[in-house]
Design a binder for this molecule. Sequence first.
Ligand SMILES: C[S@@+](CC[C@H](N)C(=O)[O-])C[C@H]1O[C@@H](n2cnc3c(N)ncnc32)[C@H](O)[C@@H]1O
Length: 252
Amino acid sequence: MLHALGLPHRGDRAIYARRVGSRGIQRVDELIGRRIKERIPAVYLTGETWFAGLPFQVDRRALIPRSPIAELIERRFAPWIDPRGVRRILDIGTGSGCIAVACAKALPRARVDAVDISPEALEVAAINVRRHRVGSRVSLVRSDHFSALSGERYDIIVANPPYVGRREMSGLPPEYRHEPRLALAAGRDGLDSVRVILREAGEHLRARGLLIVEVGNTETAVRRAFRHLPFLWLEFERGGGGVFLLTADQLR
Ligand SMILES: C[S@@+](CC[C@H](N)C(=O)[O-])C[C@H]1O[C@@H](n2cnc3c(N)ncnc32)[C@H](O)[C@@H]1O
């Protein structure tokens, strides 16, 4: 409603006492009508959402930011790493750039490489990098996972890769069909991208580096496929899960 009425989204309660005129009601009705009839996610209708307390512009070229990894970034990855020592971060599958930009804002001494295979997603990420004025520390790179990063090493590799399996893809609610397929589909068992990350991340981590990956409800399949890896599954205060952490030592 605030978006449709052109009002600021600042949690100002006085706004709720305002009267809405008939033109305003019509605008709200139109927007909600599209949400219901066309099953378009609200964020694609308004073009804006919030991640780790920061506003992001999003359209259908990029996945809607919603990763629980936001909470970790807000805590500057403590207690898992000393934030003061973090100089280089890699965000694989950056999409709208939400994780990369939030990392750059939370850790002002860190440089972030943000890679994605989708040029369209990188266009959206560029808008958000400009908006938050972190262009001097966030590099956007077109890359299939690590392919454009030979020889590069990081303190933290963070990823919210695609992890939806074939059967689950066909049963997703219509809202998901407005999001890029590339951002969701990850082969028959949903592990295509996670497999590459687990295979190659070790080579790109510094000695005390961390790998943090969201795999959502593919967690069970990940546990089964990689029984030998001592995953630490993280817990979140605001909900969500399916995020694991591995150290460079454990990966090697
Ligand atoms: C689940 S989305 C995550 C987007 C964003 N990081 C977020 O959390 O909202 C996964 C992203 O990975 C990208 N992607 C898919 N396959 C890739 C690949 N082989 N290499 C790099 N990025 C890839 C998609 O284009 C998409 O932007």
